[in-house]
Design a protein around this ligand. Structure first.
Ligand code: NAG
Ligand code: NAG
Ligand code: NAG
Ligand code: NAG
Length: 196
C-alpha cells in the first residue's frame, strides 16, 4: 500500500481523531464526592414546634381557591378543588404571635371518599439561624384525623438533605373564617456545618 503521508503524520492524525472521540463522546456529568467537600459533618435531628395560621376569608385572606370541578361544590369532600396559600407560621396560637416563617404552596382535594388533600408546599423560615432556609412538604393530609402525618421530603440552607415528618393537629377551626394548626416537625438534616 502506497504511503501518501509521512509516517509521523498518521500518528498525529490518529491521536487527534482519538481526542475528538473522547471529547465528543464523553458523557461524564456525575462524580462521587467525599461528604466533607460540602462541609457535611454531622446529621442533626431537629424538632420544630409552631402554629400554622390560615385566614380563609376577609381582607387578609391567606388562602385562595383557584380551581374546582362540579363535584367540588356539591360534596363536603371538595373533590377536585385546588387552593394556593401563603399562610403565616407563628410561635404561638395568638393572632399577633411572632412570625417564624410562611407556608407557601398548594392543596388539592384528591380523595373521592373522604376530605383529604394532597399538600405540596414549602415552609420558608425567617427567624434566627433558620432565616432563609426552607423545608419541602409533600403528602396526604386527611383532615378528619386528630393528628395527620405528612412527609418532609427535602430542604435548603440549614435543612439541606432534609427528611422527616410533620404532625399536624387542628388547634382551632372556624368554618370559612380561620384554621390554626399546631405543628410538630421532626427532621434529620445536615446544613452547612461551617455556618451552622
Ligand atoms: C388585616 O391586616 C391589617 C394589617 O395587619 C390590619 O390592620 C387589619 O385590621 C386586618 N384586617 C382584618 C379583617 O383582620
Ligand atoms: C362553585 O360555587 C361557587 C360559589 O357558589 C361558584 O362561584 C362556582 O362557579 C361554582 N363552581 C362550579 C364548578 O360549579
Ligand atoms: C393583635 O393586634 C391588633 C392590631 O394591633 C389588635 O387590634 C388586636 O387586639 C391584637 N390581638 C390580640 C389577641 O392581642
Ligand atoms: C432574614 O433575612 C433577610 C434577608 O437576608 C433579612 O432582610 C431579614 O432582616 C432577616 N430577618 C431576621 C429576623 O433576621
Amino acid at each position: 500500500m502506497a504511503q501518501i503521508l509521512p509516517k509521523h503524520m498518521y500518528i498525529i492524525l490518529t491521536i487527534f481523531a482519538f481526542s475528538l472521540f473522547i471529547e465528543g463522546e464523553s458523557t461524564e456529568f456525575a462524580t462521587s464526592l467525599p461528604p466533607k467537600s460540602l462541609h457535611l459533618k454531622h446529621e442533626k435531628l431537629t424538632h420544630l414546634h409552631f402554629y400554622w395560621h390560615e385566614i380563609i376569608t376577609g381582607a387578609n385572606q391567606t388562602k385562595v381557591t383557584v380551581a374546582q370541578a362540579p363535584p367540588s361544590n356539591t360534596t363536603k369532600i371538595f373533590f377536585g378543588a385546588i387552593s394556593v396559600l401563603d399562610d403565616a407560621l407563628r410561635v404561638g396560637h395568638g393572632e399577633n404571635s411572632t412570625i417564624v416563617g410562611r407556608a407557601q404552596g398548594m392543596y388539592a382535594a384528591s380523595d373521592d371518599t373522604t376530605y383529604s388533600i394532597l399538600m405540596a408546599l414549602t415552609f420558608k423560615f425567617t427567624e434566627g439561624i433558620y432565616n432563609g432556609s426552607t423545608l419541602s412538604i409533600l403528602g396526604r393530609n386527611q383532615i378528619s384525623l386528630p393528628v395527620r402525618e405528612v412527609p418532609i421530603v427535602g430542604g435548603t440552607g440549614v435543612f439541606r438533605f432534609a427528611r422527616g415528618y410533620t404532625n399536624i393537629k387542628t388547634y382551632k377551626f372556624i368554618s370559612e373564617v380561620i384554621a390554626i394548626m399546631e405543628m410538630n416537625l421532626y427532621v434529620y438534616h445536615y446544613g452547612d456545618s461551617e455556618k451552622y
